[in-house]
Design a protein around this ligand. Structure first.
Ligand code: ZN
Ligand code: ZN
Ligand code: ZN
Length: 403
């Protein structure tokens, strides 16, 4: 995957956004006393430049001096110059391309760019002495970081202290892509729930999920959890060779990126095999009603200014009040965007205050080991006065024949 592919009718990120994002990152980095941001291949690079390069042993890196108006350079191996030049930020002339030859030291080149940036800043009127603290992107390979540390005597810290503030609050186009991804995943859930399930293996159903996600426009089908019967009690189960039987629940949790932005939705299905006597028992229905209320309470609590932990508590309190608190074994949600899991995390202990434009999952679950599991997951955007729910498929327990 290199550059960006365009789909007719699909929302794209306007090119000016990249200039604004780079400028904002440079400003925040300067405020934090950094000399530069060193952004390797990954979601931060895509966010700042639109360049979705493959992570490889050859170094590709955006070097963004922490000074307003200073030009950022995209360091790329010469053989990847073409896709790099085609990325939105480079094509629009917002950044300089600096290619390196096979026999050159790319890491040395980055070190030179950082030293130049620090020297320029120190020489500018009122400029502080160069601190030579740099921020590196979270997904930069350790092999690259270690080589940079050899050639660049500087303090190395995470660039995420700069970028999380920006990436957490989504632009309108990012929200539009998340919404499109959510709608596509909803259609897959509905198709799977209304198709044959009994007698098939989880893996077979997961294959169908992946195929349908791609057919619905996803870039890749990143995950397809099909957890039947007792497997449902393991939240990150995946899909096994277990054959789905009549009279048991399935936790279906699917998603992947569409236009770079992730879908992630979970619904719980009960398959009867067409035999009404194999419907859900009272204990399952009671627990599901609790789960449904917990999901609703957390969703309703979403508004600007609410803390992440208050959203988690809204779901957890409902489940705990029903005496099932021990069976809700994970946080309530995670942010989503260019990464499937990113800030903000909806978890106890996080005093982070929600802002309009933040996007995250709300996904309480109840897991009875050895018996069953259940989870409901929507992606929610914090709107200016409440939740904007991106997933629209029915939340009720889907009791289906599955034959
Ligand atoms: Zn998860
Ligand atoms: Zn999920
Ligand atoms: Zn999730």
């Amino acid at each position: 995957m290199t550059g960006t592919t365009t789909f007719p009718g699909r929302v794209t990120i306007p090119v000016e956004r990249y200039a604004a994002r780079i400028a904002a990152a440079q400003r925040i980095a300067a405020d934090q006393g950094l000399a530069a941001l060193l952004i390797g291949v990954g979601p931060d690079l895509r966010y700042l430049t639109g360049y979705a390069a493959m992570p490889l042993e050859r170094l590709t890196m955006l070097v963004a001096p922490a000074a307003s108006g200073a030009r950022a350079s995209l360091v790329v191996p010469r053989l990847e110059a073409m896709p790099a030049r085609g990325c939105p930020a480079a094509a629009a002339g917002f950044i300089d391309l600096r290619t390196w030859e096979e026999t050159e030291s790319a890491h040395g080149l980055v070190a030179d760019l950082v030293r130049d940036a620090a020297a320029t800043r120190a020489a500018s009127p009122g400029g502080r002495p160069p601190s030579l603290e740099v921020g590196v992107s979270d997904t930069l390979w350790a092999s690259h970081l270690l080589r940079l540390q050899e050639v660049l005597p500087a303090g190395f810290g995470p660039a995420s202290t700069v970028l999380r503030e920006l990436r957490m609050v989504k632009d309108p186009e990012e929200i539009a892509l998340l919404r499109e991804a959510g709608a596509a995943a909803d259609r897959v859930v509905d198709a799977i729930a209304s198709g044959r399930l009994v007698g098939r293996t989880e893996a077979d159903v997961a294959r169908e999920v992946r195929e349908r996600l791609l057919d619905e426009g996803h870039d890749t089908a990143d995950f397809a959890i099909v957890a039947s019967g007792p497997n449902g009690a393991s939240p990150h189960h995946g899909a096994s060779e277990r054959v789905i039987g009549a009279g048991e629940p399935i936790v279906l949790d699917i998603g992947g990126p569409l236009g770079g932005y992730g879908s992630d939705t979970t619904r719980t299905i009960w398959v009867t095999g067409g035999d009404p006597s194999r419907g859900p028992d009272a204990a399952f229905l009671t627990a599901f009603a609790v789960l449904r209320r917990a999901h609703e309470a957390a969703t309703a609590a979403v508004k600007p200014g609410a803390t992440a932990e208050s959203i988690d508590a809204a779901a957890r309190d409902v489940i705990a009040a029903a005496g099932l608190g021990d069976l809700f074994i994970h946080r309530t949600g995670h942010g989503i965007g260019l990464e499937g899991h990113e800030d903000p995390y909806i978890v106890a202990g996080s005093g982070l205050r929600l802002k309009a434009g933040m996007a995250f999952s709300i996904e309480p679950g109840i897991y009875r080991e050895g018996a069953w599991g259940m989870r409901l997951e929507d992606i929610i955007v914090c709107g200016t006065d409440g939740p904007d729910v991106l997933n629209r498929s029915a939340l009720d327990l889907r009791v289906v024949a599955g034959v």
